[in-house]
Design a protein around this ligand. Structure first.
Ligand SMILES: *Cc1c(COP(=O)(O)O)cnc(C)c1O
Length: 372
């Protein structure tokens, strides 16, 4: 029984991956333990934020400094506020009202995405005025250059599968343009795995989610240039207050970052688990299993099941539906259901859950065959 069932929601088996709507990550016991210890104790937040958090984030990412947040979306709002206010307390206390200030944040039209909420709305929360340039499928450097004026506060780049991947101005070009105009470049790299790359390229602030690649609790952070990170932390006396990150989240985030930095390759174990999963289903006619690498080329190996509805009497869409309807509610990776393909992601499965999914699929397919 899951802890959530006590309050109503069904237990979830997450074979989909890291999805915010399913609670992002399930943390490792040592992270949960660190969070429990932090929750049961006291600390001066004014010491925790710059010293522990700032220095630790800097050490892990190679940036000059850092600022913990309650998520990447809060990171966008806070970084936006920081580029507008700097360390000016009166501006900090008056945001998101930024009337008369340098408040324009330039982004490419193909980057004005909705990741569950709109990225431009997060900028507005921080007092930013998003300026979308170019077209949804084509932006050239000139579009960015032409939009820069005396009200520009920063350029913004989103590195994400949500964004349009073709026809956009590259990070390198964005950094060059920003720095030629003495402007900071902010990158939203919420779900990215590489914590060094964008800082090393010269980005001024890079925003990550703590609950995605890093597998930490609901949290996030900004890393980057010192004065900018200091200005980010100052926002906790302003617009950051209603999105503050607590001591237990900060300690959970730092523990997860420490663990992530020394993470060893576990792709063999992932593949192995998925092979065991497929083995359980190999004798069922009309379902063909294989191991498939992530479409984007990341080191993720998922189980791929192709369901032939003519043989099984049920199509992949309905198999996935039945999996989700049950208790536990089983979520598979369903981006290719229309093509008859169901994927299972090993990263988000707790020990032994691949067996439960295999048994349930077997049952669904056998029942369908019986009805056929
Ligand atoms: C998930 C995501 C966010 C939001 O992150 P949270 O930590 O949930 O606030 C922002 N930007 C991108 C590109 C994302 O993928």
């Amino acid at each position: 029984m899951s802890i959530f069932e006590k309050y109503g929601p069904r237990q979830v088996i997450n074979g989909c991956g890291k999805m915010t709507v399913l609670g992002a990550s399930a943390v490792a016991p040592e992270i949960a333990d660190a969070m429990a210890k932090a929750a049961m104790d006291y600390v001066e937040i004014a010491e925790l934020l710059p010293a522990a958090a700032g220095r630790f984030i800097a050490k892990i990412t190679g940036a000059e400094d850092g600022c913990p947040t309650c998520g990447a979306s809060a990171g966008i709002a806070i970084a936006t506020a920081a580029v507008i206010s700097g360390d000016n307390v009166d501006i900090i206390e008056n945001l998101p009202d930024s009337n008369g200030l340098k408040n324009e944040i330039i982004l490419q039209k193909g980057h004005a995405v909705n990741f569950g909420a709109k990225v431009t709305q997060m900028m507005k929360l921080g007092g930013g005025r998003p300026i979308e340039v170019g077209a949804a499928n084509l932006v050239i450097p000139e579009n960015i250059e032409n939009a820069i004026n005396e009200k520009t506060a920063a350029l913004f780049y989103i590195k994400s599968h949500h964004a349009v991947q073709k026809g956009m101005v590259s990070i390198e070009a964005m950094i060059t343009i920003a720095h030629e105009h003495d402007l900071p470049l902010i990158i939203d790299a919420a779900a990215e795995e590489d914590l060094h790359k964008y800082i090393a390229m010269g980005a001024d602030a890079v925003i990550y989610s703590g609950g995605k690649a890093i597998e930490g609790p609901t949290s996030g952070f900004i890393c980057g240039e010192k004065a900018l990170c200091q200005a980010c932390r100052l926002q906790y006396k302003g617009i950051g207050r209603p999105m503050k990150t607590g001591k237990e989240s900060i300690v959970g985030l730092l523990t997860a970052l420490g663990k992530y930095a020394v993470k060893t390759d576990n792709t063999d174990r992932q593949k192995n688990r998925m092979q065991q999963f497929l083995k359980e289903l190999k004798d069922i006619p009309g379902s063909t299993g294989s191991i498939a690498q992530d479409e984007a080329g990341r080191e993720i190996y998922r189980a791929k099941l192709v369901i032939d509805p003519v043989v099984t009497g049920i199509n992949a869409i309905n198999v996935a539906k039945k999996l989700e309807e049950g208790n536990p509610s089983i979520h598979t990776r369903n981006y290719y259901l229309g093509q008859g393909q169901i994927f299972v992601d090993p990263r988000s499965l707790l020990d032994g859950q691949e067996k439960i999914i295999a048994q349930k699929i077997k049952k669904i397919l056998q029942q369908a065959k019986g009805n056929n």
